[in-house]
Every structure is written in structure tokens, then in C-alpha cells.
Design a protein around this ligand. Sequence first.
Ligand code: BES
Ligand code: ZN
Length: 622
Amino acid sequence: MNISKKIALFTPLLLLLAFSCKTETKEEKQTMDYAKELHSYARPNTSAIKHLSLDIDVDFNTEVISGKATYTIENNNASNIILDIKFLEIDKVEADGKETIFKLGEFKEQLGQSLTIDITNTTKTITVTYKTTDKTEALQWLSPQQTADKKHPFLFTQGQAILTRTWIPIQDSPQIRITYDATVRVPKELMAVMSAENPKTKTADGVYSFKMKQPISPYLMALAVGDIEYKAVSNRTGVYAEKSMVDKAHFEFSDMEKMVVAAENLYGDYDWEQFDVIVLPPSFPFGGMENPRLTFATPTVIAGDKSLTSLIAHELAHSWSGNLVTNATWDDFWLNEGFTVYFEIRIMEALYGKDRANMIALIGRQDLDDEIKNFKEEPNRTKLKLDLIGKSPDDAMNSIAYDKGYLFLRTLEETVGREKFDVFLKDYFKTHAFSTITTEKFLNYLNANLLEPNNLTFNTEEWIYQPGIPSNQAIISSDKFANAEKAIQQFLKSDSIDASITKNWTTLEWVHFIRNFPKTMTAEDMSRFDKAFDLSNVTNSHIAMVWFEQAINLDYHGNQVDQNIENFLTRVGRRWYVDTLFRAFKRNDKVDEALAIYEKSRANYHSVTANTIDELFGLNKQ
Ligand code: BES
Ligand code: ZN
């Protein structure tokens, strides 16, 4: 059959189709191909936000952010646009400057509500006038007492994974990308900074203007307001912190520029111009958060000896894996974190050598084993690609995405050889820059660009879709860690402890040493170790955390350790630390002790940490 005959035959059918679903065909032609999203009400295939203009007041007296969010939209013949909101009060909605009708959907505990706004197929902008409420989860309003300098209040936001909708109405899916500008009014004594081009000094009137010209996913919208100062490390890196912290932060992070150079040498240009870090008060619920141009960090990484700065390498690495190439849905979270851990460890290797890199990798390797044990009743949770249907994206935030993701990439690297792997990764970031990626898209790209051209077979699908760890896993080893393990046995065998063995230990060796105490160790052994090394009073937060965990496990109460644990849990809100210690209490049947501390410490925690601990102890949300 020739072509014209074929067309003649199909024409009536085509006409019928075109007629019966006219709008669909038109939409399909124009739209982007957004993947199915479980954690947002938005339907970006019909109308998607492209640019946000934020104009807000930050009021510390009422603890409310209020103002207007104006969006430029891509309108594919839509009659409405749907935004996500949670715990927000919506005062007014306009389409191209004219008040329009909006509807709030049913409230769901995890997702919040849909905000459906009537528009016409020519609408170009919408404006939402709104305020936050005292339930708003992204924000933590801190009293002066909760800051380092104790003079002024402080505010910070945490957007990832789905909390941006609690402080800005937004299409809160990582597949959305927007540029933004913002005007933020704060009390005159304070400075405001965002995940954007930032001021380096305070303004006289407390009004700050921001621009973010690279398109970012909504979970990367971020704001911090406090009595902070800036100190440059290089012409494109530097630190923001309260006065009493800024020099310490500057010293601790003085290798920032070298890290950026190492990262660029590995996987291509840094596309965000500026890389700064703000050191937040200790209640910040994460170690770090990779807000573009301005990483948010916990002060617990400031150890005084640069020993915990792999966290900065990690957040920097997200400038490629995460911020440039973004997981399309939270089911694909391992694409953000697994790649970032791999990249972090490569940066650390480039700066400080293989020994340190392998120790970091081994700490993660042990975390992975622990996590797999935690999930022994739920093996599906040990898959890289998740199925979070009906679940919170928070469920993805565990060692599987990070450390199994890392192990997969390291195994792949060792199989294909580093040279080829680095070329592949560099191309991967370049090809997918400023876009989102699903696990399936990654798999196809990997096959087409690394495995097939090199005639390689690799059990990628097993790594990604099966639980547990495949048998071809890379084996990571460290002589330094082997020595630390030997030291435990030596100390346990002899009456006196030869402290010269530990003389040149780094933080990572201490952590490994303490974490690997045998279960048969006793409180008396702990006491002997404590007399030799004064571990109950150690100031390094990572060493303190693992020591405190062992004190809880082994029922050790000497050298003021109980008081120090309580102080630590009351001051620090970093979820990983807090959760580890409260879990240890629970595992060891010490729930009463834990709750006595939690009663005092909870008020100091950001909602992210408080929710996790509430759930751990089965407490109702307050
Ligand atoms: N992006 C994450 C933090 C995050 C993940 C927040 C998911 C909310 C939901 C950040 O890059 C991270 O991984 N932080 C780690 C530090 C890191 C060195 C492993 C942390 O906070 O401990
Ligand atoms: Zn991360």
C-alpha cells in the first residue's frame, strides 16, 4: 500500500480522533513530559509555574511571614492551575491582576491541600496573597536564647522534601523548575539571606532584594534571617554566621575554594557562581542542606580541626547531583543522595587522599549494614528505587539512598575503570543540567553511554530494583580502621591502656573505634576508657554522639555522661544525632529516661526532628 492510500484510509479515523479529543491533542503537543508525582497536587502538564516573584514581610513579634507570591505560568490551554499549600492562610488570588475564584481541597496530613485557581487560556500571571500560621512546618522561629550570640531572634526555613508548601504556595514537586526574585522585609538589626544572589552586609532599612536566575526546584527555596555577618574565603566562596561564630566558621571551612576547584576538575563547571555556607543555630535539623548558592549547615560540624568538613564537600557535590540534575520524584531520591555521597568522597580523596576517603566510605558501609538490619522485616525498603505510594518522602531519608547508592556507583566505577566512569559522569551532568531525571531515564542513559559502548554487562537492575546488597559489591578496606579495631581488643585485654596507640588518630578512627565496641563490653570497661581519654566530655559532635550511644547501650553512667547526654539533646536539634540517641534509649528499654529528657528538649527542635521523635515514641502531635 502506498502512502497516499494509507492516509486516505485513516483520514476519517484521524478526523474523528482530532475532533473528539481536541484539547488533549493540543495539550499533548505543547506540554512537557512530567512524570507521575505522588507528593504534589499540581498538574504541571496543563499549567506550570516558571518564575516566582515573592514580596514578603517577616514579623518576629507574631512569628508570621505574610505577603504576595506572583507567578509567571506556562499555560497550555488550561482553565485552572493547582498549587500545593499546607497550613497557609490564603487571603486573595488574582489572575493577571484581577481577583479570581479559588478553591481549597481536602486537607491531608502529609500533602496538605490543593489550591485550585480559576484562570483562562490566556492567563499569564497569578498572584496569591497569603500568610503563614503557627503550624507552618518549614519555619523555625528561634528566640535569642536559642542563638549563638543570644541577642536577637533568628529564623530559618527547611524546604526538602515537601515543606516549601508550608511557607509559600507552590507546585511543590522536584520536577518543577523556577527562577525567582524576592523582596523581603525584616527587622533593621537583622540580615536576610536566601538560596539566591545574597547581600554581604546589612541594609539600613531591613529591606532585602534577591534574584535567583538559575531555575531551581521548589524544595530548594530557602530563607534565613538573623544577626549574621559575612566573611569571604575566596572570591566565590565564604561563610555567613553570627558574630561569635564567624571566625571559627571561616577557619573550619577555609578549604572551600579548594573543594570547588576539585569538584570542577572532576565533573565540570560550577554553574551557580557563588558557593557560600551559613552556619545556623544548633537546632537546625540537618547536618547540611544544599540550598543553591547558600548551603545551610549545623554548627555541630565546627569541630575546631576541620575534621567534619566532608559535610561541606557533600553539600557542594549537590550543586551537580541534586540541584543541577534533580531526582524527578522522591522515589528516585537515591539519584540525589547516592551520587552526592560518591562525589563527596571523590572530592575528599582529591583534597586529602585515599586513606581519608576510604574511612568515610567505610563509616557509610557500616551504616548501610545497620540499616539493612533495621529493615529486616521490610526488605522492600532496602531497594534503591522506592515506592512511596501513601508514604511520606521522609521515609526515603535513610542510609539506603546514601550508602547503597554510593556502593552501587563505586562498584560500577571499579568494574568499568575510573577513567571511563569519570567521563561518563561528566557527560551525565552536562547532558541533564537543569533538568530532572527518573531512575528509568538514568538506566537507559547508563546502558547507552557506558555499558553498551564498552560491551559490558552489569547487574544494574539487581542493584536498583532488588532488596539487599548484590554479591559483586566493591570491597572497601582501611588499614587505619583495622588498627582501631585491634586497639579495642588490646585495651580490653590489658589492665593499663597504652594511650600512645591513639596519639595520631583522626576523628574517623575514634568514631570507628567507639562504634565497634563488642556487645560484651561492660560499664567498667567504658569507665576505664573514659579515664584514659575523657570521652564523656569530648567536644567533637560525631565522636560525642557515638560515645553517648555506647554509654546508653552499656549502661554506663560515669564522668557526668548522663548530664552531658541531656545537655547535648537539649542544645542540638540535628535529627540524625537526636534520633540515634533516642533510638538507643528505646532499644535498651530506657523509654522513661528518654521521655524525661524529651519533655525538656522538644521545644528546641524544628518540626522535622520533633515529628521523627514523636513517631518513635508513639506520641500524638502537639
Ligand atoms: N539534602 C540532604 C538533607 C535532606 C534530605 C533534607 C532529605 C530533607 C530531606 C543533605 O544533603 C544531606 O544529605 N545532609 C546530611 C549530611 C551528609 C553529609 C550525609 C545530614 O544532614 O546529615
Ligand atoms: Zn545530601
